[in-house]
Design a binder for this molecule. Sequence first.
Ligand SMILES: [Zn+2]
Length: 290
Amino acid sequence: MGSLLSGLGELGLKGLEGVDLYDDAKETKKEEVKEAPAPEAAFDERECLFGKSHTCPVCYKEFKALTARQSKIRPAGMDRDLRPRFKNFDPMKYDVILCPNCGYAALGRFFHTITPPQAKLVKEGISRNFHAIPDKEYFTYDEAFLRYQLALGNAVVKKGKAGEKAYLCLKMAWLLRGKREAIEAGKDEVDPDKMEETISDLIQDETELLTNALDGFLNARQNESFPICGMDESTLDYIIAVTAMKLEKYDLVNQMLNVLLVRSRLTPMMKDYCVDMKEELRKIRKEQEG
Ligand SMILES: [Zn+2]
């Protein structure tokens, strides 16, 4: 994607497109947003959503945000890195709350906890230039992703903690994985000639987001107190181990597994995966030596 935040330009926030997540803002670069075709909804996603009322803690205006109805959510298992999977539709598309008046956006978990100095930073860094996004009846993956990018832009501008930014990157990676699975299952339409390229781009972008998530989580683990984004130490260390495995950072995997396997607070599923990873790591090391 060139930059994690490319695409915010169309919201009037071109200045945020090239920003470094964990450093001070630096010079920005232009990047055109890639428009993927809107998917044909296999069933009516609009029936699974409602407009939830919020009062914006930055501009104090009231607005309604599309929210997934709990009663319509159908869990369908979990990936190794704890990404929840769903039948019918992906409620994760609706986890970012965006104030359409001022452009303040954050995951629901963080939306109402902004401090007054942070609200001031958002007004200066986001609201001043923000162009509203048209209302939608439901979100495509691309429309949801743009909202996550805006939440990440807000987290940078308000000088949010590394843990919050890392968690957003992780969820953005999950969102792209959801889009890829929808395309592969024929639920999300894509030009057949561009199928291979689209899938390859999605995998590459997911890897970039996971790399950023890992950096931020390692930073948060050193500098923030638990729970971090609702995760206890074991859960965070587990996600670090699985993500490091995916990114082939084997020394880090080994280090985390040594810590995790002596802890008792892991769920049975997490413990099983840790044992599996230990075995995978042993095979990889053996191949490397051979
Ligand atoms: Zn607002």
